[in-house]
Design a protein around this ligand. Structure first.
Ligand SMILES: NC(=O)c1ccc[n+]([C@@H]2O[C@H](COP(=O)([O-])OP(=O)(O)OC[C@H]3O[C@@H](n4cnc5c(N)ncnc54)[C@H](OP(=O)(O)O)[C@@H]3O)[C@@H](O)[C@H]2O)c1
Length: 245
Protein backbone atom coordinates (compact mmCIF):
# COMPACT_ATOMS: atom_id res chain seq x y z
CA UNK A 1 0.00 0.00 0.00
CA UNK A 2 1.20 3.53 -0.73
CA UNK A 3 0.09 6.99 0.15
CA UNK A 4 -0.57 9.20 -2.87
CA UNK A 5 -2.06 12.26 -1.14
CA UNK A 6 -1.20 14.71 0.46
CA UNK A 7 2.32 13.41 -0.26
CA UNK A 8 3.73 10.23 -1.77
CA UNK A 9 4.99 7.59 0.63
CA UNK A 10 5.61 3.85 0.27
CA UNK A 11 4.33 1.62 3.06
CA UNK A 12 2.84 4.33 5.28
CA UNK A 13 1.91 3.65 8.90
CA UNK A 14 -1.73 2.71 8.33
CA UNK A 15 -2.98 2.82 11.96
CA UNK A 16 -1.44 6.29 12.28
CA UNK A 17 -3.07 7.27 8.98
CA UNK A 18 -6.50 6.48 10.46
CA UNK A 19 -5.97 7.59 14.07
CA UNK A 20 -9.09 9.28 15.43
CA UNK A 21 -8.42 13.04 15.64
CA UNK A 22 -10.67 13.36 18.72
CA UNK A 23 -12.32 11.23 21.36
CA UNK A 24 -15.71 12.38 20.02
CA UNK A 25 -15.71 11.68 16.30
CA UNK A 26 -18.02 9.91 13.90
CA UNK A 27 -16.34 8.18 10.98
CA UNK A 28 -18.38 6.70 8.19
CA UNK A 29 -16.67 3.83 6.35
CA UNK A 30 -18.04 2.76 2.99
CA UNK A 31 -16.91 1.08 -0.22
CA UNK A 32 -18.31 2.09 -3.62
CA UNK A 33 -17.71 1.09 -7.23
CA UNK A 34 -16.06 3.63 -9.55
CA UNK A 35 -19.59 4.53 -10.75
CA UNK A 36 -20.86 5.00 -7.20
CA UNK A 37 -22.74 1.78 -6.46
CA UNK A 38 -22.91 0.83 -2.77
CA UNK A 39 -23.51 -2.83 -3.49
CA UNK A 40 -23.23 -5.51 -6.16
CA UNK A 41 -25.92 -8.18 -6.23
CA UNK A 42 -27.18 -6.89 -2.88
CA UNK A 43 -23.90 -7.09 -0.95
CA UNK A 44 -20.77 -5.00 -0.45
CA UNK A 45 -18.54 -8.09 -0.80
CA UNK A 46 -18.33 -7.75 -4.60
CA UNK A 47 -16.82 -4.27 -4.18
CA UNK A 48 -14.20 -5.21 -1.64
CA UNK A 49 -10.71 -6.67 -1.90
CA UNK A 50 -7.86 -7.72 0.42
CA UNK A 51 -6.66 -4.19 1.21
CA UNK A 52 -10.23 -2.97 1.79
CA UNK A 53 -10.77 -5.82 4.24
CA UNK A 54 -7.57 -4.88 6.07
CA UNK A 55 -8.67 -1.25 6.40
CA UNK A 56 -12.19 -2.34 7.40
CA UNK A 57 -10.69 -4.44 10.21
CA UNK A 58 -8.29 -1.73 11.30
CA UNK A 59 -11.10 0.84 11.50
CA UNK A 60 -13.04 -1.50 13.77
CA UNK A 61 -9.95 -1.90 15.92
CA UNK A 62 -9.69 1.86 16.32
CA UNK A 63 -13.37 2.42 17.15
CA UNK A 64 -15.21 2.48 20.48
CA UNK A 65 -18.41 1.27 18.82
CA UNK A 66 -19.57 0.10 15.37
CA UNK A 67 -22.92 1.56 14.31
CA UNK A 68 -25.02 0.00 11.53
CA UNK A 69 -28.54 0.05 10.14
CA UNK A 70 -30.65 -3.06 10.60
CA UNK A 71 -30.77 -3.79 6.86
CA UNK A 72 -26.98 -3.90 6.75
CA UNK A 73 -26.90 -6.15 9.81
CA UNK A 74 -29.48 -8.48 8.23
CA UNK A 75 -28.00 -8.47 4.71
CA UNK A 76 -24.36 -8.75 5.66
CA UNK A 77 -24.99 -11.27 8.46
CA UNK A 78 -23.35 -9.24 11.23
CA UNK A 79 -21.59 -11.06 14.05
CA UNK A 80 -19.79 -9.61 17.08
CA UNK A 81 -16.42 -8.02 16.25
CA UNK A 82 -13.72 -10.48 17.29
CA UNK A 83 -10.61 -9.16 19.07
CA UNK A 84 -7.44 -9.35 16.98
CA UNK A 85 -3.86 -9.47 18.11
CA UNK A 86 -3.15 -6.46 15.88
CA UNK A 87 -5.73 -4.44 17.85
CA UNK A 88 -4.05 -4.92 21.21
CA UNK A 89 -1.89 -1.78 21.06
CA UNK A 90 -4.67 0.25 19.42
CA UNK A 91 -7.12 -0.59 22.19
CA UNK A 92 -4.96 -0.14 25.25
CA UNK A 93 -7.19 0.88 28.15
CA UNK A 94 -10.30 -0.18 26.25
CA UNK A 95 -12.17 -3.49 25.89
CA UNK A 96 -10.52 -5.86 23.35
CA UNK A 97 -13.25 -5.29 20.73
CA UNK A 98 -15.96 -2.70 20.07
CA UNK A 99 -19.66 -3.56 20.43
CA UNK A 100 -21.97 -3.52 17.42
CA UNK A 101 -24.88 -1.05 17.72
CA UNK A 102 -27.90 -1.66 15.45
CA UNK A 103 -30.45 1.00 14.49
CA UNK A 104 -33.92 -0.46 13.95
CA UNK A 105 -37.55 0.57 14.09
CA UNK A 106 -39.18 -2.82 13.51
CA UNK A 107 -36.77 -4.88 15.64
CA UNK A 108 -36.88 -7.57 12.99
CA UNK A 109 -33.61 -9.07 14.22
CA UNK A 110 -32.67 -12.69 14.89
CA UNK A 111 -32.05 -12.59 18.63
CA UNK A 112 -30.87 -16.21 18.49
CA UNK A 113 -28.04 -15.33 16.10
CA UNK A 114 -24.40 -15.05 17.12
CA UNK A 115 -24.65 -11.25 17.09
CA UNK A 116 -26.60 -11.61 20.32
CA UNK A 117 -25.62 -15.00 21.72
CA UNK A 118 -21.86 -14.75 21.19
CA UNK A 119 -21.17 -11.11 22.07
CA UNK A 120 -18.77 -10.91 25.01
CA UNK A 121 -20.01 -9.08 28.13
CA UNK A 122 -17.52 -6.25 27.49
CA UNK A 123 -18.99 -5.70 24.03
CA UNK A 124 -22.66 -6.58 24.33
CA UNK A 125 -24.56 -5.78 21.18
CA UNK A 126 -26.53 -2.55 21.46
CA UNK A 127 -30.01 -2.29 19.93
CA UNK A 128 -31.22 1.23 19.24
CA UNK A 129 -34.92 1.60 18.64
CA UNK A 130 -38.04 3.71 19.14
CA UNK A 131 -40.88 4.05 21.66
CA UNK A 132 -43.25 2.74 18.97
CA UNK A 133 -41.32 -0.50 18.33
CA UNK A 134 -43.36 -3.67 19.04
CA UNK A 135 -43.43 -4.16 22.83
CA UNK A 136 -42.72 -7.91 22.80
CA UNK A 137 -39.72 -7.39 20.49
CA UNK A 138 -38.47 -4.60 22.73
CA UNK A 139 -38.62 -6.89 25.73
CA UNK A 140 -36.70 -9.56 23.86
CA UNK A 141 -34.12 -7.01 22.72
CA UNK A 142 -33.68 -5.79 26.29
CA UNK A 143 -33.03 -9.37 27.43
CA UNK A 144 -30.50 -10.12 24.67
CA UNK A 145 -28.74 -6.80 24.25
CA UNK A 146 -28.24 -3.33 25.68
CA UNK A 147 -31.27 -1.33 24.62
CA UNK A 148 -31.33 2.36 23.76
CA UNK A 149 -34.70 3.96 23.04
CA UNK A 150 -34.18 7.21 21.16
CA UNK A 151 -37.26 8.70 19.52
CA UNK A 152 -40.96 7.96 19.15
CA UNK A 153 -41.50 6.90 15.54
CA UNK A 154 -37.93 7.14 14.23
CA UNK A 155 -34.61 6.83 15.98
CA UNK A 156 -33.15 10.29 16.48
CA UNK A 157 -29.52 9.83 15.50
CA UNK A 158 -28.24 12.93 17.30
CA UNK A 159 -29.64 11.48 20.54
CA UNK A 160 -27.93 8.19 19.71
CA UNK A 161 -24.51 9.77 19.21
CA UNK A 162 -24.86 11.69 22.47
CA UNK A 163 -26.06 8.57 24.33
CA UNK A 164 -23.11 6.57 23.00
CA UNK A 165 -20.74 9.32 24.16
CA UNK A 166 -22.32 9.22 27.62
CA UNK A 167 -21.46 5.53 27.69
CA UNK A 168 -17.82 6.28 26.87
CA UNK A 169 -18.26 5.29 23.21
CA UNK A 170 -17.28 8.56 21.56
CA UNK A 171 -15.24 7.22 18.64
CA UNK A 172 -18.06 5.96 16.47
CA UNK A 173 -17.50 3.94 13.30
CA UNK A 174 -20.63 3.84 11.16
CA UNK A 175 -20.56 1.05 8.57
CA UNK A 176 -23.77 2.10 6.79
CA UNK A 177 -25.96 1.38 5.12
CA UNK A 178 -26.90 4.19 2.79
CA UNK A 179 -30.25 4.95 4.45
CA UNK A 180 -28.69 5.45 7.88
CA UNK A 181 -25.80 7.36 6.30
CA UNK A 182 -28.10 9.89 4.63
CA UNK A 183 -29.76 10.71 7.96
CA UNK A 184 -26.46 11.01 9.81
CA UNK A 185 -25.05 13.36 7.20
CA UNK A 186 -28.21 15.47 7.00
CA UNK A 187 -28.11 15.86 10.80
CA UNK A 188 -24.52 17.11 10.58
CA UNK A 189 -23.25 14.18 12.64
CA UNK A 190 -20.59 12.78 10.26
CA UNK A 191 -17.10 14.15 10.88
CA UNK A 192 -15.30 11.96 8.39
CA UNK A 193 -15.92 9.72 5.40
CA UNK A 194 -13.50 6.83 4.85
CA UNK A 195 -14.37 5.84 1.30
CA UNK A 196 -12.89 2.94 -0.62
CA UNK A 197 -13.28 3.40 -4.38
CA UNK A 198 -13.27 -0.01 -5.97
CA UNK A 199 -11.85 -0.36 -9.53
CA UNK A 200 -15.15 -1.64 -10.90
CA UNK A 201 -18.16 -0.40 -12.85
CA UNK A 202 -21.40 -1.85 -11.51
CA UNK A 203 -24.32 -0.11 -13.25
CA UNK A 204 -27.69 -1.39 -12.12
CA UNK A 205 -29.88 0.26 -9.53
CA UNK A 206 -27.76 -0.02 -6.38
CA UNK A 207 -28.01 2.99 -4.08
CA UNK A 208 -25.13 5.40 -3.70
CA UNK A 209 -23.47 5.55 -0.30
CA UNK A 210 -26.15 8.02 0.86
CA UNK A 211 -29.75 7.09 0.16
CA UNK A 212 -32.50 9.38 1.38
CA UNK A 213 -32.85 12.98 2.43
CA UNK A 214 -30.80 15.43 0.34
CA UNK A 215 -28.02 17.40 1.99
CA UNK A 216 -24.95 19.35 1.04
CA UNK A 217 -21.80 18.80 3.09
CA UNK A 218 -18.51 20.18 1.76
CA UNK A 219 -15.55 17.89 2.42
CA UNK A 220 -11.78 18.27 2.49
CA UNK A 221 -9.74 15.45 0.96
CA UNK A 222 -7.30 14.69 3.79
CA UNK A 223 -5.64 11.54 2.51
CA UNK A 224 -5.57 8.98 -0.30
CA UNK A 225 -3.92 5.57 -0.07
CA UNK A 226 -3.74 3.11 -2.97
CA UNK A 227 -3.31 -0.63 -3.40
CA UNK A 228 -4.15 -2.80 -6.43
CA UNK A 229 -6.17 0.00 -8.01
CA UNK A 230 -8.33 0.50 -4.91
CA UNK A 231 -8.33 4.06 -3.55
CA UNK A 232 -8.73 4.64 0.18
CA UNK A 233 -9.89 8.23 0.63
CA UNK A 234 -10.28 10.07 3.92
CA UNK A 235 -12.56 13.06 3.67
CA UNK A 236 -13.06 15.38 6.61
CA UNK A 237 -16.15 17.55 6.93
CA UNK A 238 -15.15 21.14 6.27
CA UNK A 239 -14.95 23.41 9.31
CA UNK A 240 -13.71 20.43 11.29
CA UNK A 241 -10.31 21.07 12.74
CA UNK A 242 -8.55 17.74 13.26
CA UNK A 243 -6.22 19.18 15.86
CA UNK A 244 -8.77 20.73 18.18
CA UNK A 245 -11.20 19.18 20.63
N1 LIG B 1 -20.86 -0.37 0.22
C1 LIG B 1 -20.78 -0.42 1.52
O1 LIG B 1 -19.77 -0.06 2.14
C2 LIG B 1 -21.99 -0.90 2.31
C3 LIG B 1 -22.00 -0.74 3.69
C4 LIG B 1 -23.13 -1.16 4.39
C5 LIG B 1 -24.20 -1.71 3.71
N2 LIG B 1 -24.13 -1.85 2.36
C6 LIG B 1 -25.29 -2.41 1.64
O2 LIG B 1 -26.37 -1.54 1.87
C7 LIG B 1 -27.59 -2.28 1.91
C8 LIG B 1 -28.34 -1.96 3.18
O3 LIG B 1 -28.40 -0.55 3.33
P1 LIG B 1 -29.77 0.23 3.40
O4 LIG B 1 -29.46 1.64 3.09
O5 LIG B 1 -30.80 -0.48 2.57
O6 LIG B 1 -30.22 0.05 4.90
P2 LIG B 1 -29.52 0.42 6.29
O7 LIG B 1 -29.23 1.88 6.35
O8 LIG B 1 -28.43 -0.54 6.60
O9 LIG B 1 -30.70 0.04 7.30
C9 LIG B 1 -31.97 0.60 7.14
C10 LIG B 1 -32.78 0.11 8.30
O10 LIG B 1 -32.26 0.71 9.49
C11 LIG B 1 -33.33 1.06 10.34
N3 LIG B 1 -33.39 2.51 10.40
C12 LIG B 1 -32.74 3.41 9.61
N4 LIG B 1 -32.99 4.65 10.04
C13 LIG B 1 -33.81 4.54 11.11
C14 LIG B 1 -34.40 5.48 11.99
N5 LIG B 1 -34.20 6.79 11.88
N6 LIG B 1 -35.20 5.00 12.96
C15 LIG B 1 -35.41 3.67 13.12
N7 LIG B 1 -34.85 2.74 12.33
C16 LIG B 1 -34.07 3.18 11.34
C17 LIG B 1 -34.60 0.46 9.75
O11 LIG B 1 -34.59 -0.86 10.27
P3 LIG B 1 -35.88 -1.79 10.46
O12 LIG B 1 -36.26 -2.16 9.08
O13 LIG B 1 -35.36 -2.95 11.26
O14 LIG B 1 -36.88 -0.98 11.18
C18 LIG B 1 -34.26 0.48 8.27
O15 LIG B 1 -34.99 -0.48 7.53
C19 LIG B 1 -27.20 -3.73 1.81
O16 LIG B 1 -27.35 -4.13 0.46
C20 LIG B 1 -25.74 -3.73 2.17
O17 LIG B 1 -25.05 -4.79 1.55
C21 LIG B 1 -23.07 -1.44 1.65
Amino acid sequence: MRRIHPYVEDEPDIPAAYAYPRDHWLRLNMVASADGAAWVEGHSEGLSGPADKRIFGLLRGLADVVLAGAATVRTEGYRPARPRESWRALREGRPPAPPIAVVTRRLDLDFGSSLFTEAEPYARTIVITTESAPKDRREEAAARADLIVAGDERVDLATVVSELRDRGLGRVLCEGGPRVNAQLVAAGLVDELALTVSPLLAGGDAARILDGVASRTPLTLAQVLEEDGFLFCRYIREAQDEASG
